[in-house]
Design a protein around this ligand. Structure first.
Ligand code: NIG
Ligand code: FE
Length: 386
């Protein structure tokens, strides 16, 4: 029989009630893996166990809908060169591909597990993982097999970059054909790095070929679009009914309108702007147009080697014209929307009991106190995990 837990004396509870996103002096009851009750602390029912939140803020666990956690090696030297003035190049991905191919399955799983533990310790209770550092049929499949051990939200990104010395159209045919066939059993989503101006990345037609094949194979679509320049990726995402267009740093007015009309989530990845020293996306423009915005880390060794959703929230508030509430909403409910999940990213009764207790009286502190480890407790599916 599952035991119940009462989390009592919550100073501020976020996203438990769609009508009132911030509740003060609240309590929450967990039954098994789910939230069973929320309400005023004064009305809290008895439970098998009581946890005193002591006036701290409680919010849903973060939903990181965009990561590249399966890889080997690092590219600290490339980062340092960039900070000394070098531009970002998609070709850097090939450095990680070589290290990843050379690693054993056990080494990849160990490294991915360490990163997954980093995410969890910083409050992320649901995360997506992409392949994309294998780029052969067998290496992409094994990266997805490794990813699958950590999350059901796995994404086939064979079209991350064209491997060295390979013809681009021949590679697209491989990705959309035999590679997809080998990887589809381990993937829920298909993604493409659509950035026509960046050597090694994919243009609109190539991206369409890969994503359409992915959709035919039963995968949902998501797209890396508009990271360095306006391009066809966002409209393609809307045309194909993708769950999410990711990066969205450079958007035309038509792109913004298409996102709003289609309901495709715009997933913003400020860690990438930070680590490529690029201008940040304008979240305000998207929110004002009625677009659903998600925030994610893009955790990868090249363009954004952070596993911290609190860091991304702080950047979004400081640099992207988001209020603290909008940023935390994007990091929880927005990420859930980007993964088409309604069981996470919220604390309404019936949701999975994934929650973060902050060492702070308010979620505002996530942006107000950047870089400070404020995540005091993490609960996933009703159990305390950090
Ligand atoms: O999301 N944009 C493409 N892929 C990654 C970068 C990967 C890398 O540089 O290793 C990204 O930013
Ligand atoms: Fe990415």
């Amino acid at each position: 029989m599952s035991r119940s837990v009462l989390i009592d004396r919550i100073g501020q509870l976020l996203f438990a009630d769609p009508e009132r996103e911030e509740l003060a002096d609240a309590a929450l009851v967990i039954e098994g893996e789910r939230v069973a009750w929320i309400g005023p602390a004064a009305d809290a029912p008895a439970a098998d166990r009581r946890v005193d939140a002591g006036g701290r803020a409680v919010l849903p666990g973060f939903v990181d809908s965009h990561t590249h956690l399966v890889f080997a090696g690092d590219r600290a030297a490339e980062f340092a060169a960039r900070m000394a003035g070098e531009p970002y190049r998609a070709g850097g991905i090939r450095t990680t591909v070589a290290a990843t191919r050379a690693a054993s399955d056990a080494q990849l799983a160990e490294r991915t597990g360490r990163l997954a533990a980093e995410l969890l310790a910083q409050g992320t209770t649901t995360f997506e993982i992409k392949s994309g550092y294998g780029l052969t049929v067998e290496d992409e499949r094994r990266c997805l097999r490794v990813a699958r051990a950590f999350t059901p939200e796995t994404t086939f990104l064979g079209a991350h970059v064209v491997p060295e010395g390979v013809d681009a159209d021949a590679y697209v045919a491989l990705v959309a054909g035999p590679m997809l066939e080998a990887c589809a059993p381990y993937a829920k989503w298909a993604d493409v790095f659509c950035e026509p101006g960046l050597p090694g990345a994919f243009d609109g037609d190539q991206a369409r070929a890969v994503l359409a094949a992915g959709v035919r194979a039963g995968l949902g679509a998501r797209v890396h679009a508009g990271q360095f320049a306006e391009g066809p990726g966002v409209r393609l995402a809307c045309e194909l009914g993708a769950a999410s267009a990711d990066h969205c740093t450079h958007l035309s007015d038509a792109d913004v309108a298409a996102l709003a009309d289609s309901g495709v989530v715009a997933t913003l990845l400020p860690g990438a702007e930070f680590a490529t020293r690029s201008p940040y996306p304008d979240a305000r423009r998207l929110l004002d147009a009625g677009v659903t915005v998600a925030l994610a880390t893009d955790c990868n060794p090249g363009s954004s080697y952070t596993s911290s959703m609190p860091f991304c929230i702080a950047l979004a508030v400081r640099e992207m014209r988001m209020t603290p509430l909008e940023a935390v909403r994007a990091a929880t409910r927005g990420g859930a929307a980007a993964l088409r999940r309604d069981d996470v990213g919220t604390l309404r009764p019936g949701a999975r009991a994934d929650l973060v207790v902050l060492e702070a009286p308010s979620y505002v502190h996530l942006a107000y106190r950047p870089g400070v480890p404020l995540v005091a407790q993490v609960w996933r599916a009703g159990s305390r995990v950090a």
